[in-house]
Design a protein around this ligand. Sequence first.
Ligand code: FAD
Length: 342
Amino acid sequence: MELLGLEAHSSFSQKLIHGARFFPPHGESIEVRKKDPVALILNRMKLDQFLAKRAVAEGVELRTKTRASKFERRADEDSLTLADGSKVASKVVIDASGAGSRLPEQAGLQAPDWAQILPGLQYELVEMKEQGDLVELFFGSKRAPGFFAWSIPTGKNSARVGLASKKGNVKKFLDDLVKEQWPRSTIDATKSGSVLVSGPVARCWSPGFIMVGDAAGQVKQTTGGGIVIGGYCGKLGGIAAASAANHNGTEAEQFLRNYDTQWREKFGSDLRKMSLARKLFASLSDETLDRLFSVLRDNVVEIEAEGDMDFQGKIIMKMLKKRNVATLLPRVAADAVKAIFS
Ligand SMILES: Cc1cc2nc3c(=O)[nH]c(=O)nc-3n(C[C@H](O)[C@H](O)[C@H](O)COP(=O)(O)OP(=O)(O)OC[C@H]3O[C@@H](n4cnc5c(N)ncnc54)[C@H](O)[C@@H]3O)c2cc1C
């Protein structure tokens, strides 16, 4: 929240989290806990409403249920065509329309690799056993092949339980997990969506146009989480766009170019390491995952001391340098080859 320049307002804040409990495909779970909170669980819809109200109070004209369908660069003024056919003249367009956006291509940019979108499904569960202040993460080919399932407590007896997977039927996986772990719970709401693991695009700006958030692939490739990174980049992008709109030609372009440099300076190094971790571990067999978790079990103290949910690069590199992780690499490579042919 500090990064985003926000206070944890009661209208959207739900719970503070102190760590995670990992469930390998087989065997005992592993707990990683910190004294200080590591994450704030929030209600995304309420956060968006909170931010929208603030923007409107500052003079923003907000149009809901209005889709942008086409970006056109013109000699006099660029324009955005809306779904009803009307056009809006623009000095700068910020594409924050999430995974699957087609606008970047129209602005001469490359979109993220949409083939690397994983289908995700999430339930709001109520009447469930108390989970405390840890998120729970479930791994294995029977639970969420190529990704993981999660349970995020939102209150004393409620949680957001979901998963994404590389193959199979996400609804069946999720229903099976709920039956196994929380048989007495009730589903209060359902949300499906796209979890993006491709990483960021090579370039996020062109004259009169920038991309932020999922539209630009600004997500942690290890988890698909994009609220913190995308939120921060959105803030930088907004400042850059406002400055660019007050200038013309190459002067205006410089602000947009700087946005692309600034956000990469903040997150680029961590994202590269997360990308490496994702590539190494996306195709692991259950047996290799079990072995990997047993190595992590031996290093819980270090993970507790140095792990960071948003800036994961440092701990990823430390773990990869461990001798007993390195001995797993031939297995990792063999699993990757098997996955290509399966
Ligand atoms: C099931 C699930 C759980 C997740 N859990 C987490 C989590 O715990 N933590 C985390 O950090 N991330 C999580 N993520 C990822 C996170 O949701 C995304 O990274 C984040 O929402 C990206 O924000 P965004 O604003 O870029 O895009 P979005 O949140 O997708 O918002 C895009 C907005 O643009 C609108 N839009 C789309 N097309 C157009 C158009 N043509 N014209 C106008 N408007 C348009 C959409 O209606 C939407 O309101 C989860 C994703 C899923 C699917």
